[in-house]
Design a binder for this molecule. Structure first.
Ligand code: ADP
Ligand code: MG
Length: 259
């Protein structure tokens, strides 16, 4: 077995989820995140989208390194290859933090607000990350009462989430995409005595609801009575617009949304 194969074989798998595999990292306190082609959108399993992992690796790198550069702490350290990146190991909070700018999905279902309504301000929601329970909506009261976080953590999460929202909204608008909502996962890291919360997991089309500024639903999650854009193209189209499309997948692109 060659050196690379040998090293891969000895690498310890820490966790395998739907979209990613986590391996032990090369240094203490690090992990390697491997992006698979399988995935899920809003807790609904999706079939594998060929090449999705490669693009999400690039896209998450792009967003997280941009966030790092403006002082929003994330787990991203560096991309290692087409499907892997090195990240800081964090103690994950059992939450999905959702920021909504436009009504869609669960918000339209729960509150009857028409799809696409601009919200008066960004709304932060928390969901308990437990698939068997269907990732139920929880309040700050639950988070504090069950010891998942304290009031300071909640303040920090909101500040992080809103900064990520401002950054992502701006980046997306720059390429003609409306960020309707997105989900984050947050984890704790320690620096000596100090604990802080960082943005972990991934930021990619898997975790964002994206609408083309011209009205097409890029994420194809709602039937808006318009021509749906195939899901397979969301990843390549976004990566192409952001200029992070790896050269070897260019041939699979069929840019159809802008000219
Ligand atoms: P899931 O199906 O559980 O959502 P994924 O396929 O998304 O899993 O795999 C990523 C897993 O790794 C998630 O459980 C996520 O909470 C966890 N994770 C993400 N970033 C980090 C990190 N920096 N440190 C530790 N765990 C992480
Ligand atoms: Mg996940």
């Amino acid at each position: 077995m060659g050196y690379i194969g040998d090293r891969m074989a000895r690498r310890k798998k820490v966790y395998e989820g739907k979209a990613k595999i986590l391996y032990e990292g090369p240094e203490p306190g690090t992990l390697i995140q491997y992006f698979k082609d399988d995935g899920q959108v809003d807790a609904k399993p999706q079939g594998a989208v060929e090449g999705k992992g490669v693009l999400n690796n690039r896209l998450s790198e792009f967003f997280m390194s941009g966030l790092n550069s403006i002082g929003v702490p994330t787990h991203f350290i560096k991309r290692l290859n087409m499907r892997e990146q090195m990240v800081r190991m964090a103690e994950m909070m059992p939450l999905e933090v959702v920021v909504r700018n436009y009504a869609a999905g669960g918000m339209t279902e729960r509150l009857g607000i028409p799809l696409g309504t601009a919200l008066p301000r960004p709304i932060v929601e928390y969901y308990f990350k437990d698939e068997k329970l269907g990732n139920p909506l929880v309040s700050e009261e639950h988070i504090v009462a069950f010891g998942w976080g304290n009031q300071q953590d909640l303040d920090d999460i909101i500040a992080l989430a809103l900064r990520v929202n401002d950054f992502m909204t701006g980046v997306m608008l720059g390429v003609g995409v409306r960020l309707a909502d997105f989900r984050l996962e947050v984890g704790r890291v320690w620096e000596g005595e100090f604990m802080r919360l960082i943005v972990a997991d991934e930021i990619s089309p898997d975790s964002c609801r994206l609408w083309d500024i011209r009205g097409l639903d890029l994420s194809e999650r709602e039937d808006q009575g318009r021509d749906p854009v195939p899901l397979a193209e969301v990843y390549t189209e976004l990566a192409r617009r952001l200029g992070v499309l790896p050269s070897n997948v260019t041939h699979t692109t069929k840019p159809t949304l802008i000219n």
